[in-house]
Design a protein around this ligand. Sequence first.
Ligand code: ASP
Length: 318
Amino acid sequence: MWGIIATWRMAVEGVQKAADMLKEGGDAGDAIEAAVREVEDFPYYKSVGYGGLPNEEMEVELDAAFMDGDTLDIGAVAAIRDFANPVSIARRLAKEKVNNLLVGEGAEKFAHKEGFERKNMLTDRAKIHYRNRVKEITQQEIRPYSGHDTVGMVCLDTKGKMTSATSTSGLFMKKKGRVGDSPVSGSGFYVDSKVGGASATGLGEDVMKGCVSYEIVRLMREGLHPQEACQRAVSQFDKELRERRGKAGDMSLIAMNNKGEWGVATNIEGFSFAVATENLKPVVYLTRIVDGKCVHEPATQEWLDEYMRTRTAPLVEK
Ligand code: ASP
């Protein structure tokens, strides 16, 4: 059995690419890296890699992680600037014995020495988004942080090896140096080939309060199906946050176990995800919450077309 599951519609081209590799017996590390890079390279996705939205200072600072579920090796970068594919740097760091999570300048120095491709990740389109948002904030007090999404994936190959990876520009207009859940083990991602893996997108500040990816893997280890594990972890933690703090940030999680069974849960409307397994062609699902439970159905062609149309529509400066 092989499989790959990923947060958001934007992942589906990557999932397709990974599926092509996995069905030929490809390695879960290579497949997940290729899948995430596909998302990082596409300029119209505003929250991952090239074209990602900048921080307050109009700089694109990226977070990414990679985990190997066989060895439990972890590598991650946070607040890294000017490198094309943070996930590949994270994967490279996972091979080190120490210095596995590098931030800012340290991460950039490492990437430079290792010969990773430099790239100015701030696109003209992202600059327009930035300037528009600055105007909106000063005119109408709009919350600066909307406009984020992480690509988070879990992958299983035919040898039973599992991996997890994330990549994101984090929150639009974040403070310089702000790091979310995505490069943080147990929060943005976790995987153990003996069990399965999970990955998150949402408000990192809240996801980190519950180490939600680890919690899902823990529940799967106790025997829960990935769907049950996701639903229980997300519902319980959402409730916990509301009771203690009056509100809960966005939280959407995907998971897969080492049999290729998968699950998803969210506390928001409109979460989408992409999945492919030996028995399932790459597909985008849309979720809804019905009676407190997350249900999903395949996205219609109309929805998919509209998604691409709005992502690539000309952007005017306000
Ligand atoms: N989790 C990301 C962060 O807080 C953002 C997102 O997934 O929407 O940086």
